[in-house]
Design a protein around this ligand. Structure first.
Ligand SMILES: Nc1ncnc2c1ncn2[C@@H]1O[C@H](COP(=O)(O)OP(=O)(O)O)[C@@H](O)[C@H]1O
Ligand SMILES: [Mg+2]
Length: 263
């Protein structure tokens, strides 16, 4: 097995803008590696291309967007060359993603219970109902959902944005993927809950699960990441070991991010 569970190589993803007939190069030649067993962070301001980068990994770019070129090597296989059937087999199993807009990534017509059990069933991890339900409830509690029983029986529209986000986190804890991509997983949560969730993510890392963490919050990066990529305008402008980056930021933009975080 290679040392990097994920290697995004020279990825270009763009959107056609009908009004101006121009192409917006949202991701413009990005290369990012996630070392097996690490937490790797992508940090950058809003609009810098972080979400489009991770949605590209999952092929979730809809027209007028398009992945133009690049390679996305997951455990040595190019996800961009796989057919849908092969990809679906990996998703929710070896690969899992917590989306930035969680509410829309849960299915509105099914309860949380249905969706969590379905996730287990799809990947052959559903043996006994009672045991599966117990695991789901345990995951919801670990994701700091106080009223886990009620959440379990709710439809997504009955939950707040922060609760949906925690349901997605619970799903990640449940499936224990090899690689978890978490796009701003704690942005709509209050600070004590955020700290608890970040601890759970660290525990996953300590159990050998690789994590690609996307955030605009450099404070979160400082607490969590082993290795950091800084994005600006669709490009990686700086990368490094967390200590090197914080001690000697080379890029003007990284220095600005650090200064803003210290204020
Ligand atoms: N569906 C879309 N259609 C058109 N432009 C998009 C779409 N999704 C993202 N973009 C554009 O791509 C750029 C990068 O967006 P995004 O990756 O969401 O930024 P970030 O996650 O870093 O805040 C932005 O300029 C955004 O407006
Ligand atoms: Mg985003």
């Amino acid at each position: 097995m290679t040392e990097n569970i994920l290697e995004i190589r020279d990825l270009h993803t763009s959107f056609y803008i009908p009004d101006t007939h121009e192409l917006l190069n949202a991701v413009d030649g990005v290369s990012i590696a996630v070392r097996t067993g690490s937490i790797t962070a992508i940090v950058g301001e809003s609009g810098s291309g972080k979400s489009v980068t991770c949605r590209s990994v999952f092929h979730l770019i809809d027209p007028p967007g398009e992945i133009k070129s690049g390679e996305i090597m997951f455990k040595g296989q190019d996800l961009l060359k796989m057919n849908e059937k092969q990809r679906i087999r990996l998703y929710g199993n070896e690969l899992f993603m917590i989306f930035q807009d969680c509410a829309s990534s849960l299915n509105p017509v099914f309860t949380v219970r249905h969706q969590m059990l379905e996730l287990l069933r799809l990947h052959g991890k559903l043996d006994r109902w009672e045991e599966a339900e117990r695991q789901c409830l345990e995951a919801l509690r670990l994701a700091h959902l106080a009223d886990a029983e009620r959440v379990f029986r709710s439809y997504p529209f009955e939950l707040s944005g922060g609760m949906c986000q925690r349901v997605m986190i619970a799903m990640a804890l449940l499936v224990r993927p090899d690689l978890l991509i978490a796009d701003e997983p704690t942005t709509s949560l209050d600070l004590t809950i955020q700290a608890g969730i970040l601890d759970e993510l660290k525990k996953l890392r300590d159990q050998g699960i690789s994590i690609l963490l996307i955030t605009h919050d450099i404070g979160v990066v400082a607490q969590m990441a082993d290795y950091v990529y800084v994005m600006e305008d669709g490009k990686v402008v700086e990368e490094g070991d967390i200590f090197a980056l914080f001690d000697h930021p080379r890029h003007r933009y990284t220095r600005l991010l650090l200064e803003a975080a210290r204020k």
